[in-house]
Design a protein around this ligand. Structure first.
Ligand code: PLP
Length: 399
């Protein structure tokens, strides 16, 4: 079958909750993917940073096959021989004390919300059902009803009410607003270190440090959603390291499996996760041995293959290259590590047209919020790969 026929099938039988570029991919390796018509593309999205280790990373694949032959699912009714080792390796790597494994990113966010509410009632002494969680404008934390309840993007919320109460929205990057919003019932502040889906929005320098101090002063749990920024993407294992802070709860997902399998986790630096008792929370697939084996390999690859350092140095190189684009309609080129974005002015006619042209030139990118293109290739990218990409990006985005 050709691309056209696959697209017709998707459109006829599938819900239209996405508007993908019309490229039908059948194979991937490292930074490259191939479509069903045999065309080759560089992936500059990495499945929203889930494939940091590169498509079909051979070491993760080997671990997955090996584990799939032995044992895939026990449920948490029983123990398995992969869970404990994953916990230990994750804690040592991230300097955490406790781990709660889930599957999707949204589930990790939901888990954190449940944990901090319970912590609020049991430890902080917030009156029953009064817990407040502060979040930021233009946040993206997932798609469940509770999570979209505090989204400020009308596309995410319209038609989906009634919503979960207990959330307060403040401006991202404004530490004074956080301090002003805290009440005696505030249990947590949930924030992305860099807002990914909002268009790679980087807060002012010192923001996370201020946030950390304010949360400490008011006994508020700091939850960093590092599902997109974590695991090497920004040139550090976790983006919090750019400001030398540590969150109380850290949420990771996406690249925790290198794209093989949905795996997410809540990492706890304090004893917040300790409030959850047997039977109070769980997931059939969360912490299953296949997921754990894949995650262990995915973390090992990040560390042993130098992908974090690669993201730091080549991210800088890529960003400098993007800054050479000569187009008065470009408002800003920004980013950290290999999480980069080019923002066009409102009168540029949208970023989608550029994504279509980049696709025709062999680069897969996706616009976010009409005017922004994100460049986030797998962290296994080389300098030569980036030169290849820039040779195509610069002329197209200069038009
Ligand atoms: C992708 C993402 C999520 C949601 O993850 P899913 O696996 O799609 O549920 C949550 N937070 C951030 C910052 C993300 O980028």
């Amino acid at each position: 079958m050709k691309s056209d026929q696959f697209i017709l099938l998707e459109d006829e039988y599938g819900a239209h909750n996405y508007k993908p570029l019309d490229v039908v991919i059948e194979r991937g390796e490292g930074v490259w993917v191939w479509d069903v018509d045999g065309r080759k593309y560089m992936d500059c999205l990495s499945a929203y940073s889930a494939v940091n280790q590169g498509h079909c990373n051979p070491k993760i694949m080997a671990a997955m096959f090996e584990q799939a032959r032995r044992l895939t699912l026990t449920s948490r009714a029983f123990r398995n021989d992969q869970l404990g080792p994953l916990y230990k390796e994750l804690c040592e790597l991230t300097n955490s004390h406790k781990v709660l494994p889930m599957n999707s990113g949204a589930e990790a966010v939901e888990t954190a919300i449940k944990a901090v509410r319970k912590w609020g009632y049991q430890v902080k002494g917030v009156p029953e059902d009064k817990a407040e969680i502060i979040v930021c404008r233009n946040n993206f934390h997932g798609r469940t009803i509770t999570i979209v309840s505090f989204s400020t993007d009308p596309t995410s919320t319209a038609g989906f009410g009634p919503f979960t109460p207990g959330f307060k929205v403040i401006d991202f990057g404004d530490a004074a607003a956080l301090e002003a919003a805290i009440t005696k019932n505030t249990v947590a502040f949930l924030v992305e270190p860099i807002q990914g889906e909002a268009g790679v929005v980087i807060p002012p320098k010192g923001y996370l440090k201020d946030v950390r101090r304010i949360c400490d002063e008011h006994n508020v749990v700091l939850i960093l959603d590092e599902i997109q920024t974590g695991l090497g993407r920004t040139g550090k294992l976790l983006a919090e390291e750019h400001e030398g802070i540590e969150a109380d709860l850290t949420l990771i997902g996406k690249a925790l499996s290198g794209g093989f399998y949905p795996v997410s986790a809540v990492l706890s630096n304090t004893e917040v996760l300790g409030v959850l008792k047997p039977g109070e929370h769980g997931s059939t697939f969360g912490g299953n041995p296949l997921a754990c084996a894949v995650a262990r390999a995915a973390l090992k690859v990040l560390k042993e293959d130098g992908l974090i350092e690669n993201a730091a140095t080549l991210g800088e190189y890529f960003k400098e290259g993007l800054k050479k684009i000569d187009n008065p309609k470009i408002k800003e080129v920004r980013g950290r590590g290999l999480l980069l974005a080019v923002e066009f002015s409102d009168d540029a006619g949208g970023a989608r047209q550029y994504c279509e042209r980049l696709k025709d030139a062999g680069l897969l990118c996706k616009e976010t919020h009409e005017t922004i293109i994100r460049f986030a290739p797998p962290l296994v990218i080389t300098k030569d790969n980036i030169d290849w990409a820039l040779e195509r990006i610069i002329p197209i985005l200069s038009e």
